[in-house]
Design a protein around this ligand. Structure first.
Ligand code: PEP
Length: 247
């Protein structure tokens, strides 16, 4: 990766540019873990930090983050707001317990729960209608990239997953082959994809990168044009690493 100077994270006026850091804890955590985690986390940040723990811990995490002005997000929601959907959680419930964000269409949901872009579209519509900001995930497989179809595949996901809205959205570009693998896209691959995504989004939407973001690569990824933040999985479970990424 090309090393870019840290000061590219600064605005023209010399102030720090605010980024979005989303911590996706996936199916990890416990009450004991959360207590220890927040004792080690640096309290204040100029950036928007969104914690997405599993459903049972949303309220526990909420009580920890309130005083630090961090934000709360869930990892999914249903297409409906109430009804006979055993085991599901609605956007209205998430709002009710203090969530502002919801991750939708994560590749692990697309893979393990057969979520199509059509379902992601309906979930996104419901989230927006209810007042949540969806963090809509898109990304190509390794085969898509090797066959040079990555841009088309992601463009189709954008077209099929994102509803027409004036609400500002967050799009997370997460190459499937980079999630939890220790592999990251090259900086030029990230810039190319974010450029394409930006041209297909509203001006006020934000575009994040996700895929094995760690303390080693976060600052240079965050320094790239059109990268408004990062979605962090594994490293967000380690408070020392998350502190460094945020800093
Ligand atoms: C993710 O959970 O979306 C993710 C990018 O995970 P990791 O950072 O572990 O690759």
């Amino acid at each position: 990766m090309n090393q870019l100077p840290m000061n590219q994270l600064e605005t023209a006026s010399g102030g720090k540019m605010s980024k979005i850091i989303v911590a996706n804890w996936k199916m990890n955590g416990s009450n004991a873990f959360i207590n220890t985690f927040f004792q080690k986390l640096t309290p204040k940040s100029p950036h928007k930090v969104v914690f997405c723990p599993p459903y049972p811990y949303l309220s526990v995490v909420s009580s920890h983050i309130k005083e630090y002005h961090y934000y709360l997000g869930a990892q999914d929601c249903h297409t409906n707001n109430a009804g006979a959907f055993t085991g599901d959680i609605s956007a209205e419930m998430l709002i009710d317990i203090g969530c502002q964000y919801v991750i939708l269409g994560h590749s692990e949901r697309r893979q393990h729960h057969q979520e199509t872009s059509d379902i992601v579209f309906k979930k996104s519509q419901m989230a927006i209608h209810t007042g949540l900001t969806p963090i809509i995930c898109v990304g190509e497989t390794l085969n898509d990239r090797n066959t040079k179809n990555h841009l088309d595949v992601v463009k189709q996901q954008l077209i099929q997953s994102i509803p027409q809205t004036t609400t500002p959205l967050i799009i997370a570009y997460e190459p499937v082959w980079a999630i939890g693998t220790g592999l990251t896209a090259t900086l030029s691959d990230i810039v190319e994809m974010h450029q394409m995504i930006t041209t297909h989004c509203q001006h006020k939407d934000k575009v994040l990168y996700g895929g094995s973001v760690t303390t080693d690569n976060a600052s240079e990824i965050l320094s790239q044009p059109n990268v408004d933040g990062v979605l962090v999985g594994g490293a967000s479970l380690k408070p020392e690493m998350l502190n460094t990424i945020i800093e």
